[in-house]
Design a protein around this ligand. Structure first.
Ligand code: SAH
Ligand code: SF4
Ligand code: F3S
Length: 476
């Protein structure tokens, strides 16, 4: 199973030795304090970051920490940060700033930052200088060395910074993982991104594309299914380029088919797909694989070909629409979602109109809309910009209105329909006490005897709103 990309076993074993050393310290401390030490591990970024936090939580748990949400009563606080937009950074830094009070009250609490934001040199420098209460900083590539870095922080009683790069493109297999209790699980199939969209910081902070080997992915899927997870999302910045860096000729469609053969009652989703690499072959595969949810998140970013070219996206609006038409032909009930950036440098009203018309033309079930945020170090940060802040905000609001009009119609079309849903949480009202997801990922609040969290159920839709479907369980 190991490839030349996999972190050698002896190096990983070293990390387990550090885990044991920290566990011994924690057991000793627990004798004095009368309780196990607590750790907070909070994610500020995307699902990929969340999956990383689950690995860190797994390591923390093996070190003898109990995971908690209370920063005022923790021996260790770790924030896993995001850099994708300025807002994500200011939110993370604001929260880090607020921890000065915690550090004052409990100087022994270790404060750690990791993830995409601190992988940027200038931000790590800023943290070093302006946030002296932060003890440990490590980037995305050092994640698997967390036990060693934490041990050094604790034992040497000094600040530790490791934001080294990833020239070798390493993948660490076999790290412990602590997952949530619900029915959903995240499964990373690849790391990094090679696309260099001109607005995006991700390739700079996550390194080059590297695919996990299919054996490791299948093994993890089997473990998840055996553990009872029923809604499993395969993760990568651009899953369609899975396997390009591996020798064994397996592309993403091939991987999906291989995973689909794993027995069990579960759904497989994946994100994110890139329109430049999504193909009819992928949609054929989706249609034919029984576990693969008929749901597609396919970000198009802009409806204007000029903007798409300047974004370095590698497709046109017409190509995007062709892909959608093919996907709908193969899977008429498919649920579609997308990401859009409003206010990219140089975007004119005419460009924006093209985005609006694509949104109206396709009819998405969900949209994630973002105002362009300048990221230093990316090419677009130097592009001239003419539209004012107010103009961009105006476009953003119009886009949301157009989307709401579409969604209202699409949601209403579900009235009276019978669907299979996966119950995965609490509903919005006593009348509909359960929350569930359709195969397409839509939120359904459900009522009815015998509904159980973590199980599939057949329901009939009673009413619909913009954000939620309401349903009752069909009696068997
Ligand atoms: N790899 C995925 C998602 C990357 S980040 C993809 O390619 O689709 C998620 C979304 O954030 C992107 O799709 C994009 O819409 C948005 N985004 C990325 N950089 C941004 C920036 N500088 N400003 C505003 N939105 C941005
Ligand atoms: Fe960023 Fe583009 Fe890569 Fe997505 S595909 S992570 S938007 S560079
Ligand atoms: Fe994700 Fe943010 Fe990093 S979107 S990959 S956590 S920059």
């Amino acid at each position: 199973m190991p490839t030349e990309r996999t972190v050698p076993e002896e190096l990983l074993r070293k990390q387990y030795e550090y885990i044991d050393l920290i566990a011994a310290r924690n057991a000793e401390a627990a004798k004095t304090s009368g309780r196990r030490p607590r750790a907070v591990a909070h994610t500020f970024g995307c699902q990929q970051n969340f999956a990383d936090t689950e690995r860190i939580a797994g390591m923390l748990s093996e070190m003898g920490y109990d995971l908690s949400d209370d920063v005022n009563d923790a021996e260790l606080i770790l924030y896993n940060t995001c850099a994708v937009r300025e807002h994500a950074e200011s939110r993370a830094l604001g929260n880090v700033g607020a921890l000065t009070h915690v550090k004052k009250a409990h100087p022994e609490t270790v404060i750690a930052l990791c993830g995409c934001m601190v992988q940027q040199k200038q931000v790590a420098e800023k943290v070093k200088k302006s946030y002296p209460h932060v003890d440990l900083v490590f980037g995305t590539h050092a994640l698997w060395r967390f036990p060693e870095l934490l041990f050094r922080t604790l034992a040497e009683n000094k600040r530790v910074f490791d934001i080294s790069g990833d020239e070798k493109g390493e993948i660490a297999e076999g790290l412990p993982v602590l997952r949530g209790k619900g029915a959903r699980a995240w499964l990373s199939i690849m790391y990094g991104c090679n696309n260099f969209c001109t607005y995006c910081i991700v390739p700079y902070v996550r390194g080059r594309e590297r695919s996990r080997c299919p054996d490791a992915i299948e093994k993890e899927l089997r473990e998840l299914v055996a553990a009872g997870y029923k809604d499993i999302t395969l993760l990568g910045q651009n899953v369609n380029s899975y396997g390009k860096d591996l020798d064994d000729q397996l592309d993403f469609s091939g991987l999906l088919r291989r995973l689909d053969a794993v027995e069990g009652d579960y759904l497989l989703r994946f994100m994110t797909s890139h329109p430049k690499d999504a193909s009819p072959r992928l949609f054929d595969t989706m249609a034919e694989c029984r576990h693969v949810a008929k749901q597609l998140h396919l970000p198009f970013q802009s409806g204007s070909d000029e903007i798409l070219a300047r974004m370095n996206r590698g497709y046109t609006a017409a190509h995007y629409c062709e892909l959608i038409a093919y996907a709908r032909e193969k899977m008429p009930d498919i649920t579609l979602s997308s990401d859009i950036i409003v206010g990219f440098p140089g975007e004119t009203e005419e460009d924006f109109q093209k985005t609006l018309s694509l949104v109206r033309g396709v009819g998405f079930d969900m949209l994630y809309t973002f105002l362009y945020s300048k990221r230093s170090g990316t090419p677009a940060a130097t592009y001239p910009d003419s539209a004012s802040k107010e103009e961009k905000q105006g476009r953003f609001d119009r886009l949301l209105n157009a989307q709401d009009e579409t969604v209202a119609g699409r949601q209403a079309a579900y009235l009276g329909k019978r669907l299979r849903v996966l119950v995965d949480g609490e509903g919005k009202s006593p009348e509909y006490p359960f929350a569930a997801r359709t195969e397409g990922g839509l939120l359904v609040c459900c009522a009815g005897d015998g509904l159980k969290t973590g199980e599939f159920a057949e329901v009939e839709i009673d009413k619909t709103t913009l954000r939620c479907l309401f349903a009752h369980k069909i009696k068997p």
